[in-house]
Design a protein around this ligand. Structure first.
Ligand code: ZN
Length: 450
């Protein structure tokens, strides 16, 4: 990998080394026991607030949000199963995955047979602890690796889950970076999983670092709304409280599973041909990384809610390996080894390029549309070729001139010309400086290193 830039390109944006910062944040968040409500979410947001001044919202239990009701708040202090010798044979303090999320409190003795009805394991992966929840049905249980279950002797066990399920709040974080226009780009990630890295923490870390990068832009055409929310109920709650302003969302991405080494997967918005769909596909196509594009389907993460038919927002989901496609998914093996700094960094770079396209995707007018203008007289041929990073691609110049008729965006020109957006944008900028091109109403952002 090129040390300066994960795609081997160079120039506009320096993020080398950010992968280790992304991984460090994951390591800090990893031990926290998160759920769809509770102090784990608050603690997580508090840590994010050290880097970005996000607003923390508290929505009371019982609040009606569309067809759902904000649930009671769940918190847990300790949980264990002790044998008659007083040994903790299952111990929440060793892994928060040991307790089924939203388990109701329990403290009593029982035999192995009764206990077994509340134990979950993965016989196919006997060393891994599964991740289970029971949010909307009152229940309790423990998850453990299959070898642990097999080792349990016929004994009387002391079962304790020191949890509380009480009227409280659903907590989420929101960070808005204003832009030159009221049009918004939505970046959404879920924050409701406990010690799971790719599913949940990688998305949080990428969204946070992307927010920090975008905050540095001196000019933003779009406003950026970052949501750190519990999955499903969080997006439903946010949408119910903000329905009046969702029309401002021009483009959106759900960020998840971006830390593994698998190929990129882009799941299109329900619209299928929105600008975000075309942008992500264009960036992936020119990224040099393997990728696959999927049509929208009504399952997965919060894109399910953003793309429900009554809202139909242009929100896709950009990930590496999708949920359920890797065996480590929803198990203790989705850990600090499974996500790697180098993968996180490449993922951030791809997101960064998506933002660059959205920010720079203007429509232009060729001011010399009758026959080709003489490029040599304007010094534009001198700038073609060579080894400079700033070299101009001649075909990009000619395509931009030909299709800048006020009807084609730069992304569309890149698609037709089969050239990367950066080449097209670079050509358009040079032609604009030469007085041959005029941008149609758009405000373009200049990134710091441009
Ligand atoms: Zn999950």
């Amino acid at each position: 990998m090129n040390g300066l830039n994960p795609t081997g390109e160079s120039g506009f944006f320096e993020i080398a080394g950010v992968g280790s910062a992304m991984q460090r944040l994951i390591a800090e968040l990893y031990p926290i026991c998160r759920s769809i409500t509770g102090n784990g979410v608050r603690k997580t947001l508090e840590i994010l607030r050290r880097s970005i001044p996000l607003e923390v919202h508290e929505v009371p239990s019982g609040t009606k949000v569309y067809d759902w009701i904000v649930p009671r708040e769940w918190n847990i202090r300790d949980a264990y199963v002790k044998n008659t010798k007083g040994e903790r044979v299952i111990d929440f303090k060793k892994s928060n995955l040991h307790v089924v999320g939203y388990s109701v409190p329990i403290r009593r003795r029982m035999g192995l047979q009764e206990l077994r009805e509340h134990l979950f394991s993965l016989p196919d992966h006997p060393d891994w602890i599964p991740y289970r929840t029971s949010y909307y049905k009152e229940n309790w249980g423990f998850c453990l690796n299959h070898r642990q279950i097999e080792a349990l002797e016929n004994d009387e066990y002391e079962v304790c889950i020191d949890s509380s399920l009480t009227e409280g709040h659903l907590t989420y974080g929101e960070y808005l970076l204003p832009g030159k226009t009221a049009d918004e780009i939505l970046i959404s990630c879920h924050i409701c999983h406990p010690s799971l890295c790719n599913d949940n923490l990688s998305g949080i870390s990428l969204a946070l670092h992307l927010a920090m990068l975008i905050a540095r832009l001196p000019v933003r055409r779009y406003a950026y709304r970052f949501l750190f929310i519990p999955g499903t109920i969080g997006s439903i709650t946010w949408l119910a409280r903000n329905e009046g302003q969702v029309g401002r969302i021009r483009h959106g991405l759900v960020v998840t599973c971006v830390g593994d080494g698998g190929r990129f997967t882009y799941k299109k918005s329900r619209r299928g041909n929105a600008e975000i769909d075309r942008t992500v596909q264009h960036v992936l196509k020119h990224s040099g990384h393997p990728y696959v594009v999927e049509d929208f389907f009504p399952y997965g993460y919060d894109e399910r809610q953003y793309c429900s038919p009554g809202l139909d927002l242009p929100v896709g989901c950009l990930m590496r390996s999708p949920h359920g496609s890797f065996p480590e998914y929803h198990t203790s093996a989705d850990d600090m080894e499974f996500v790697r700094p180098e993968h996180l960094e490449v993922s951030l770079h791809v997101y960064r390029q998506v933002i660059e396209v959205l920010e720079g995707n203007g429509v232009h007018h060729n001011l010399n549309p009758k026959c080709e203008p003489q490029l040599g007289r304007r010094g534009l041929y001198d700038a073609i070729g060579g080894d400079s990073n700033r070299k101009l691609n001649q075909m990009a110049l000619l395509w931009v001139l030909n299709l800048s008729d006020g009807a084609h965006s730069l992304l569309e020109i890149g698609e037709v010309a089969n050239l990367s957006f950066r080449e097209i944008k670079h050509a358009a900028d040079a032609l604009t400086r030469s007085g041959l091109l005029l941008e149609h109403g758009a405000i373009t952002a200049a990134f710091p290193d441009d």
